[in-house]
Design a protein around this ligand. Structure first.
Ligand code: SF4
Ligand code: SF4
Ligand code: SF4
Length: 259
């Protein structure tokens, strides 16, 4: 029997972009491929073993039938890691949580709507216990490699919990607010190398909020820069709907909840 840790990748509601980033990242790190045994990864291999120690889960839980699969993964794996914003935050899938789900289902599936089960999208940790998360939409390549390396060393992945603005300032970027744009950097978790501001765009929050975000101050700043309440709400709910609703911080449009 191989002494290498057995690793599996699974996807739920997602675009699979984070798994593609994993494939891309591992191509440059053959030493990690030598150190693990990948036993289940639909995106990359045909092997489908259900004997593994580490499970990476991409995607949000958006159907009742997802729950049994997630619980089976949790029962098997010693370590479960959320992979990317859909798994970690519910991601953009949770935008629909603010809508009437019957309306959404009919809009997408038309007269076949009843064929498809659905319910409010949730991050994986809302359904099963998870051990760590690798944030981002998609995940950051270097952070993924660092996380796998730390896991192999018996350490938990270390994910920053300070605002993106710190990282952005260290890169000596001109703040996008000074260029007439807006940005969620003050409340968003660093770790992506402030890639969006660095390339001239505001942060949309794909890495999720830090643990002590100052919403009131951010809302004031966004309003001072000309955003209406509706526009602020739309900006804050692109990736953060679940986190915001969990904190009771949005108010929703149609009585929908995270539950
Ligand atoms: S986090 Fe983004 S890139 Fe990753 S699966 Fe979800 S939508 Fe795709
Ligand atoms: S561009 Fe965004 S992340 Fe950078 S300093 Fe300004 S608000 Fe902060
Ligand atoms: S700057 Fe913001 S939106 Fe862009 S990758 Fe980083 S956390 Fe995500």
């Amino acid at each position: 029997m191989s002494a290498k840790p057995k690793v599996a990748f699974f996807e739920f509601t997602s675009c699979e972009g984070c798994q593609l980033t994993v494939v891309d990242s591992l191509q440059d790190h053959p030493e990690l491929l030598d150190a693990i045994e990948i036993v289940n990864f639909r995106e990359a291999i045909s092997r489908r073993d259900h004997d593994y120690q580490i499970a990476f889960i991409e995607g949000s839980c958006s159907r009742p039938s997802d729950e049994a699969t997630l619980k089976a993964i949790r029962a098997q794996a010693g370590m479960v890691i959320e992979l990317g914003a859909c798994a970690h935050l519910g991601g953009i899938n949770t935008i629909r949580n603010r809508q009437n789900l019957d309306d959404v289902r009919h809009y997408v599936y038309g007269d076949k709507a009843d064929w498809y089960e659905t319910y409010p999208a949730r991050p994986i940790h809302a359904v099963i216990d998870v051990d760590a998360a690798i944030p981002g939409c998609p995940i950051d390549r270097d952070e993924f490699i660092m996380a796998v390396t730390q896991l192999l060393q018996g350490r938990m992945p270390q994910i920053p919990d300070h605002p993106l603005c710190i990282e952005c300032k260290l890169k000596e970027n001109v703040c996008v607010y000074q260029r007439g744009m807006t940005c969620l950097g003050p409340i968003i978790r660093a770790g992506c190398d402030a890639i969006c501001p660095t390339y001239g765009d505001g942060c949309e929050g794909c890495r999720g909020m830090i643990s002590n975000p100052n919403f009131d101050s951010l809302r004031e700043v966004l309003a001072e820069h000309g955003m209406s309440e509706d526009a602020i709400k739309a900006k804050l709910t692109m990736f953060l709907t679940y986190q915001m609703m969990d904190r009771g911080g949005i108010g929703d449009d149609n009585g929908a909840t995270n539950a």
